[in-house]
Design a protein around this ligand. Structure first.
Ligand SMILES: CC(C)(COP(=O)(O)OP(=O)(O)OC[C@H]1O[C@@H](n2cnc3c(N)ncnc32)[C@H](O)[C@@H]1OP(=O)(O)O)[C@@H](O)C(=O)NCCC(=O)NCCS
Length: 193
């Protein structure tokens, strides 16, 4: 069995198959996916694929964090559904870490909702949230949030003025298993290389 981690921009013949694997997990139009994958280059962003006997079985993207030049953000890690649990995800993450070291990066950040244990096994620890947007985007988005917040306050006022509040919804059922996956919050994690 041959296994290799390669950057997609050096192997454009795998673009369509790579789209399919990512879309197994997160549905998005093929053109939007292709556009994102075609941004891959020798610096950042870089999309890496895992090839098993020359067939794409996984993908991971390393993105820029504008505010931290010595770090990158790992996103869209996915292994073909039928092949999970065989160590391929760990192998692709190790390949991603090797690429980051080659770029001179010192830290990897990521966020997850449910795969915390997988990343912990690879040495990632929980950390404060990082923004993958630059200051420019942050200020735009914070203004947008402010505007939306004001709008929602106005709407809330109209609503509360016109009708009485409905009773609160019942609490969600709790399960002792996999509680991390059930919370709505993302966990940010990091690893120093
Ligand atoms: C997360 C994912 C990439 C892991 O790939 P994989 O090939 O199944 O992972 P591995 O086989 O390398 O797993 C390594 C170890 O972590 C364990 N593991 C994998 N996923 C796990 C999870 N969700 N929770 C706990 N342990 C997990 C495996 O059992 C294995 O343990 P072992 O070494 O003791 O056998 C894969 O499950 C996937 O594509 N998931 C859907 C997309 C996704 O959630 N991506 C992450 C976005 S943050």
């Amino acid at each position: 069995m041959s296994l290799e981690v390669v950057p997609i921009h050096r192997h454009p013949e795998y673009l369509h198959d790579c789209c399919k694997i990512i879309n197994q997990e997160w549905k998005r139009s093929e053109s939007a996916r292709m556009h994102s994958l075609q941004q891959s280059n020798d610096n950042l962003p870089t999309s890496l694929i895992l090839l098993k006997d020359k067939v794409v079985i996984g993908h991971v993207k390393l993105s820029v964090i504008p505010s931290i030049k010595t770090a990158c953000f790992i996103e869209s890690l996915v292994i073909d559904k039928s092949l999970r649990g065989n160590g391929f995800g760990s192998m692709l993450m190790r390949g991603a870490e090797k690429s980051c070291r080659a770029l001179g990066l010192k830290t990897i950040y990521l966020s997850t909702k449910g795969q915390e244990q997988f990343y912990r096994r690879l040495g990632y620890t929980e950390c404060s949230p990082v923004s993958i947007y630059g200051n420019f985007m942050s200020s735009i988005s914070s203004n947008l949030f402010k505007r939306n917040d004001e709008k929602s306050k106005e709407m809330h006022q109209v609503e509360t003025n016109t009708r009485s509040a409905p009773p609160p919804p019942p609490p969600p059922p709790t399960s002792p298993h996999n509680t991390e996956a059930k919370t709505n919050r993302k966990t940010y994690m990091k690893k120093d290389l």
